[in-house]
Ligand binder design. Structure first.
Ligand code: AGP
Length: 609
């Protein structure tokens, strides 16, 4: 996720561009840049690091001009660096673009452009668009943009400018947001409303496939077929702070609702042509090297650790390889049996958790191959590990991790399937079936998020209980652990997760009348056993909320309330089952008046031991 801005009008562009990028830093903040046309040529200023670094450059250089575009980056392709920062130009510097999204076919296009003599300055997918723009321009800006769009595949919000036609900016979108702020004799472009809300509250919200030609006095919108579109003015009545959350009350609920897109983006480009195998373009190990791996160690903290536990199930069940999972703060103090035949996977949303980084270094010292699964390109853990597989969830601002967790599960699932393919542990048909199931997840997650009222009701009804238990077996138990942490860390309710079969070995003593028990029952091969455990707690007058698959009409006979999730393969069910638990935690915290995005005593990234 990145932040894009554009300006055209009678005033200097740079001040709005910087102001707008400041309001969009929550969308990405590893590097930033602006391009301004000074009447003769386009001047590009960009810098790695937070926006402050760019602001200093702009204050010194004072780029002049009334036409400009800008970008604040959340790296996906190409680590954070000056060269990889946007805006990107063509060979001549006359054609400039900024981009939010992923150009899936950029490697193929880049090879063709290089063969034609184009010189690339960055590792990004976006730079390909700038060179295509140059290639396509034959005196008509609009026609050139259409020619570019006909060649690229993927998700994008794109803003184009050229010094050859400095009276306009052209912008378009597919799967990524873009709004146009309608001013008086000036117009503004941005990824999101916060960037323009202080300049105008009249906006056009572009829809997928629409392209806008923006001058200082006009905005002309057309659809993919070139047919003019009459846009309805959307009057923004949010305050600036609410706008940063996209109209949501908290970043956490916004990020919960971003999960369908985050899951889709994390799956993007990671299957082969006929969906019969997982591919990781960035992984450099050969099949022979991976076949030498005899054991996998997974090391992480908190929610990432819970993703690691699910990863164990994936790798042991799909790839039939032994896996150990440790919390990072314990790992390096237990003299782990790690060697050259071990692959150590460290999972970390921030890529900066000190315990996890230290565990990674210990694994390397012991000779292990190391793989990072992280959400931040160029983070310390990403740089320290031998190889990296990124989750593409976009910046996660709320302290409570939600979309990072589900996308970590996606990466662990993909890697499990990848290793199963390499070790020839699964028939091709089964791999294709699992890939088809994974492709359904974004829509299924979206469906789940459309019906949250029952969860809100439970949260309001039970949100003042001081003890809540989460139970489940197998993968349901893994999800119970994450559900318990979510509830604990933002509502301050004392929640515990237990393997359902373990209750009778002690915890059942705590189950008394009225205690809420969240029972996960999505794993069909242990379903009957889980039902028995539900009966166990019901016999002690607990209040049971069951999480079950759609079509399961048995569960309703045994629980007080049932939440059904869309039917999915047992390996994919955890990615959906956690969503009601995230929502339960969120609404319970709201019911209790807690600070949802910044819970007491906690930090988003724990960079201390
Ligand atoms: C998640 O909800 C928690 N805020 C916390 O447990 C977090 O998962 C943990 O600190 C690990 O962070 P990381 O993924 O950035 O390494």
């Amino acid at each position: 996720m990145c932040g894009i801005v554009g300006y055209i009008g009678p005033n200097q562009a740079a001040p709005f561009l910087i102001e707008g990028l400041t309001k969009l830093e929550y969308r990405g903040y590893d590097s930033a840049g602006i391009a301004v046309f000074d009447g003769e040529k386009i001047n590009v200023e960009k810098s790695v690091g937070r926006l402050g670094a760019l602001t200093q450059i702009i204050e010194q250089k004072q780029p002049q001009g009334c036409l400009g575009i800008g970008h604040t980056r959340w790296a996906t392709h190409g680590r954070p660096s000056d060269a990889n920062s946007h805006p990107h130009t063509d060979c001549t510097g006359k054609f400039v673009v900024v981009h939010n999204g992923i150009i899936e076919n950029y490697m193929t296009l880049k090879e063709k452009l290089i063969a034609k003599g184009h010189i690339f300055k960055s590792e990004t997918d976006t730079e390909v668009v700038a060179h295509l723009f140059e290639e396509s321009y034959e005196g008509d800006f609009e026609a050139a943009v259409k020619k570019v769009l006909a060649q690229i595949e993927g998700s994008y919000a794109l803003v184009f400018m050229t010094q050859l036609e400095p009276d306009k900016i052209i912008c378009t979108k597919q799967d990524n947001p873009l709004v146009i702020g309608l001013g008086q004799g000036e117009n503004f472009i941005a990824s999101d409303i916060p960037a323009i809300i202080n300049r105008t509250r009249k906006t056009y919200i572009l829809s997928d496939g629409e392209m806008a030609i923006v001058t200082k006095d006009s905005v002309w919108v057309q659809n993919r077929q070139g047919v003019p579109v009459t846009k309805k003015v959307f009057e923004v009545n949010w305050d600036a702070e609410a706008a940063e959350k996209g109209g949501y009350e908290h970043f956490m609920i916004k990020e919960i609702y971003e999960q369908p897109k985050a899951i889709r983006e994390t799956l993007t480009g990671r299957f082969n042509k006929d969906d019969s195998a997982v591919v990781f373009e960035t992984l450099k190990w050969t099949k022979e090297e991976l076949l030498k791996i005899k054991k996998i160690a997974i090391v992480a903290c908190g929610t990432a650790y819970h993703a690691g536990i699910v990863g164990k199930y994936y790798l042991e069940n799909l790839a039939r390889i032994p896996v150990e999972v440790d919390v990072a703060s314990e790992f390096r103090y237990r003299s782990p049996l790690i060697d050259e035949e071990t692959l150590t996977i460290v999972v970390s949303q921030s890529g900066e958790t000190l315990d996890t980084l230290a565990g990674l270094k210990e694994a390397k010292r012991l000779g292990s191959k190391t793989l990072a699964v992280t959400n931040v390109v160029g983070s310390s853990i990403a740089r320290e590990a031998d190889q990296v597989i990124y989750t593409w969830a976009g910046p996660e601002i709320a302290v409570a991790s939600t979309k990072a967790y589900t996308t970590q599960l996606i990466v662990m699932f993909l890697f499990g399937l990848y290793m199963a393919g390499i070790r020839e542990m699964l028939p091709k048909e089964r791999i294709k079936e699992l890939i088809a199931g994974a492709r359904n997840l974004p829509a299924q997650a979206h469906e789940l998020l459309e019906n949250v009222d029952p969860i809100k009701t439970f949260a309001q009804k039970y949100g003042f209980n001081e003890d809540v238990f989460f139970i489940g077996r197998a993968l349901d138990y893994c999800v119970a652990l994450e559900g318990s942490l979510k509830l604990k860390e933002i509502s301050y309710i004392h929640a515990e997760a237990y393997a359902a079969g373990e209750l009778k070995h002690g915890t059942l003593a705590l189950i008394i009348e009225g205690v809420p028990v969240i029972a996960l029952a999505t794993q069909e091969d242990v379903y009957e056993k889980t039902l028995s455990n539900i009966k166990e707690v019901k016999a002690r007058d607990a209040v049971v909320i069951g999480i079950a698959l759609e079509g399961d009409d048995q569960i309703d006979k045994y629980v007080d309330h049932a939440i059904h999730i869309p039917r999915a393969d047992k390996y994919l069910a955890p990615i959906l089952a956690v969503i009601p638990l995230q929502l339960l935690a969120y609404y319970a915290a709201k019911t209790r008046g807690c600070d949802v995005d910044k819970p007491r005593n906690l930090a988003k990234s724990v960079t201390v031991e």
